[in-house]
Design a protein around this ligand. Sequence first.
Ligand code: GLC
Length: 544
Amino acid sequence: MATADWWRHGVIYQIYPRSFADANGDGVGDLAGITSRLDHLNDGTPGSLGVDAIWLSPFYPSPMADFGYDVADYTDVDPVFGTLDDFDRLVAGAHDRGIRVVVDLVPNHTSDRHPWFLESRSGRDSPKRDWYVWADSRPDGSPPNNWMSSFPRAGKAWTFDEPTGQWYLHSFMPQQPDLNWWNPEVREAMDGVMRFWLDRGVDGFRVDVAHKMAHDPELRDNPLVELGEEDLGETQEARDSRRAKLKAVPRRDEDWPEVHEILRRFRQTLDSYDDRMAVGEVYLLDLERLARYYGSGQDEFHLVHNFVFQSQPWKAEAFRSVVDEFSGLLPADAWPAWMLSNHDVSRVASRYDEGGNGQARARVAAMLLLTLRGTPFVYMGDEIGQADGEIPPDRVVDVDGRDPERTPVQWDASPGAGFGGDPWLPVGREAARVNVAAQRDDPASMLSLFRRLIWYRKGSPALRGGDYRSLPDTPGGMYAYLRGAGDERLLVALNFTGQPLEYQVDGPADGRLELSTDPARPAGGAVGLQPLQLGPDEGVVVRL
Ligand code: GLC
């Protein structure tokens, strides 16, 4: 396998194991299912998607209160997904095809069924009492402070434990107690978990809610600041002052400075192996704070997921300003990562849909993701333009409304779309039409577009690692940028509107149209640049 910095040049594909592929026909995806579909991901030819790495959401033993993000044993496989042998076969099969394997590390919290927590809650004098965050009631009997769970439905971030008369902290569900990262034994234990998987051959970690690991050790209240949505009628001054206020009084339940110490230790562990990578899930909507998770650029995360990018409305100017601002904030050696969807947010094809243009916009979104300077993360199913599933009330299983983006990947037109029995979440309504089998040989399909983009990217030093400059003088609704490396220069122009747009390119009279998101527009020929004409919801890559 090609080595140096695979995580900078490659495309990383997220697999949510419950919903990817079901080998044993029980309606829940499994590790053997993933192994059986590796050729879809990359068989070494442009007939496959061509991804360079997979990131697996948790497959560890778990009571599944949060579908695996409540880990009861960090170093095994839940029987619903298979065995450690299945995992080894998956890694071997992936590595045979040049696909790296990244696993989810969930260091902020365990399951309340994890032996560490069972021991911790067994008594105030338990040797593991301090492995979790325990605190007394306030004098009036209320929880230790005003911190809230990230899941609105879970309410307060504290649960009272009657037998020991104290509260424990849970940033998510009560079934997910937070570990106490101020305790060196916790740090030691997680180091052991990392080494277990690194020794088994995994190429890296996606670190779950990394920004939550360190909080105010004095457990003081969060400041009460209006965190509400942006008010569109608000003046610029009002908006700036609200943002400034938020920065001045940061929260105390996350993003505490010592988190960087923890991450530096993670990095040292990774760096004691060859070629490993960590990408942080850092859900901070402040780009400056986010950029700090790269440390010096060499000593914390290799990559950081940028949720400011992911939460932009479908507006050219919005995406351009996030990309430009973030690129400017990164330390010299740091490399961006870009992700538009994952298992926690509405799928691209549904999120941007307005009156039936979801597929056209999803094609533009794919071009954006795969042509920016940085590592693209593709969420399983987005390569076929899969939409959010519809979940009848009696099938809702997630505490936070995330079932729609977790319905089974649609492999074929059969009733389970490739899953056996009655899949754990209902199969999407459009599965008979929108599926891998139907798209494989259709040059106009979303899958064909993804394959073309990914394989084109592989052959283009400018796209894989070149520089980036956004063009400031584009018409409203267009985001255009130049990518360059050596003498290769590419212009990417994306039309975020439903109207045709024209752009007078500062440069040659014409270029070569390498790719268009419009299946009806033939690529490979000359294209005029004076002006460059884009159809509604069209994106192009032009070689200059
Ligand atoms: C992350 C995961 C999400 C999970 C939460 C708690 O945000 O992506 O799915 O619920 O952490 O572990």
